[in-house]
Design a protein around this ligand. Structure first.
Ligand code: LMR
Length: 389
């Protein structure tokens, strides 16, 4: 039979943690697995502005008729000043709504493959585990370089620059816009400037994955690197996610933007994005994007969203500082890193022991979602880490 040819597939290791954690009956268990924000009570609440926008939508939405493969155009337009800057010239930026950031990455991969089958995409390792299969399953050729030294906890910037110098004109370069996943180690402003310069000089195509804007240094700070690359490069692809910074995870809210230097090329690219979206998901799910649009159309809701995002970011910073202060040797680098994640210098065996003996759940790579900690649980986590080292 046809399906006899299939090979069994292991469940996604990261997503499997959700079920494992839920099934653990131990009191005081700590979830540092999948990347969702948690508050000081351990909850992942719906944003106040999202609740208000949802209520408004229920009241005012008069139809659920189709919108088309581009999704909610007002949503992609209203996000532009947040992503690209308040005064930015966005006349040659085209965008479509996608099902989450993953949908944006997948559409980007297919767009690249349509223009150049088997095009090479450069990935710094480690990267988000879903990046390689998303690109390779669309037919792209993966090339890698070492981005981060897990033991020494620093970026291997020389290796990154060496790779970008070896890349050929037209190769795609994946860049994490902010809050690097899984390491939390982001390029400095000076390093972004060097990356932008080489991308421009060598005619590389940056694909910037911006999935955590606002959770690192602030909304503008977190897209400063992207904006530098946009100055230097001919064309730039941006895969955007609202899943984390609006807390809309399961509603799957994202966008794919392309900035082309020439307006005519931007229109050509848009027509291809729409043609590729159609056989994938036909039209993106509306609700989450309609919520974001409703917030961004309303000054008071936008201000409240920004305030709540700021308090989330500040809480993560507080946890990072408490960790670094609590074990100033081993955990010191955590205070310099940003966003939800850090990649701890521990082995897969140590991660397994943390789970078995201490009910602490994190990815086998050593990635910890620090938003899963509170000032109350930090000491327990530090003790557990000491016990397995
Ligand atoms: C994560 O890295 O934990 C998140 O982006 C969730 C996911 O889809 O993997």
């Amino acid at each position: 039979m046809l399906f006899d040819g299939l090979k069994p597939q292991a469940p996604d290791a990261l997503l499997a943690l959700i079920g494992m954690f839920a099934a653990d009956p131990r009191e005081g268990k700590i979830d540092l697995g999948v990347g969702v924000y948690r508050d000081e009570t351990g909850a992942t609440p719906v944003f106040r502005a999202v609740k208000a926008a949802e209520a408004k939508l229920v009241e005012t939405q008069s139809s659920k008729s189709y919108l088309g493969p581009e999704g909610d155009i007002r949503f992609t337009e209203l996000l532009k000043p947040i992503v690209f800057g308040a005064g930015a010239d966005t006349s040659s930026i085209v965008g479509v709504q996608t099902p989450g950031g993953t949908g944006a990455l997948r559409l980007a991969a297919e767009l690249i493959a349509s223009a150049k089958p088997k095009a090479t995409i450069w990935l710094g390792t480690p990267t988000w585990p879903n990046h390689p299969p998303t690109f390779s399953s669309a037919g792209l050729t993966l090339a890698t370089y070492r981005y981060f030294d897990q033991a020494a906890q620093h970026i291997r910037f020389d290796e990154m620059m060496d790779a970008l110098n070896r890349a050929e004109t037209g190769d795609v370069v994946l860049l994490h816009g902010c809050c690097h996943n899984p390491t939390g180690a982001n390029l400095t402003s000076a390093q972004w400037a060097e990356v932008a310069a080489i991308v421009g000089k060598r005619g590389l195509l940056p694909l910037v994955d911006l999935a955590y804007q606002g959770l690192g240094g602030g909304l503008d700070e977190d897209s400063a690197g992207l904006r530098m690359v946009m100055e230097a490069a001919e064309d730039v692809i941006i895969a955007y996610s609202c899943d984390k910074n609006f807390g809309l995870y399961r509603d799957r809210v994202g966008a794919l933007y392309v900035r082309a230097k020439q307006k005519a090329r931007a229109e050509l690219i848009l027509s291809n994005m729409l043609a590729l979206a159609r056989p994938n998901w036909s039209m993106p799910p509306d609700h989450g994007a309609a919520v974001v649009r409703t917030i961004l159309e309303d000054a008071a809701l936008t201000a409240d969203w920004r305030a709540e995002l700021t308090s989330m970011r500040e809480r993560i910073t507080t946890v990072r500082e408490a960790l670094a202060a609590g074990d100033s040797n081993f955990l010191a680098p955590i205070a310099q890193q940003q966003g939800m994640f850090s990649l701890l210098p521990i082995s897969a065996e140590q991660v397994a022991t943390l789970r078995k003996d201490h009910a602490v759940y994190m990815a086998g790579s050593g990635r910890a979602n620090l938003a899963g900690l509170t000032l109350k649980t930090v000491p327990k986590f530090i003790e557990a880490l000491k016990a397995v080292r």
